[in-house]
Design a protein around this ligand. Sequence first.
Ligand code: HEM
Length: 119
Amino acid sequence: MVTTKEYTRQEVALRDGKNGAQTWIIIRDVVYDVTTYLEDHPGGGELITEFAGKDGTRDFDDFGHSGTAMNLLKQFKIGELNMCDRAKFQKQGSEWLPDGACVLPPKKRSKRRRFIFCG
Ligand code: HEM
């Protein structure tokens, strides 16, 4: 069975391209290691390093990258964001607890917090 590696946003943030660190970038909850691609980027390496260790989804989409760019991206995929850190759940207010569990706030008219992932 092939399992997809999962990362937290915190782990990705360490790969900010500084002091010899790799350059990772998040696009639509997927984590890419683009360290070796920087010099080849038609928009220049700096446009990507600006988002090193961060979520570049909005800016990547804003430019309107072609299908070629999307295909190219696939080869740099190293994993996905951990459930708790995915955009959809963050929007709902997901929160890490100190023991590594992840919870969502209760739904309206409910007192129960919703556990979505236990790390
Ligand atoms: C948030 C990060 C990124 C930003 C802001 C960005 C921005 C840009 C811009 C402004 C251009 C146009 C360059 C020009 O025409 O002078 C460009 C082109 C391109 N970028 Fe990015 N880029 C980003 C990340 C990436 C990544 C991660 C890949 C692939 C691994 C990629 C692949 C390409 C390709 C192939 C082109 C040529 C045009 C196309 O096929 O769409 N870019 N990018």
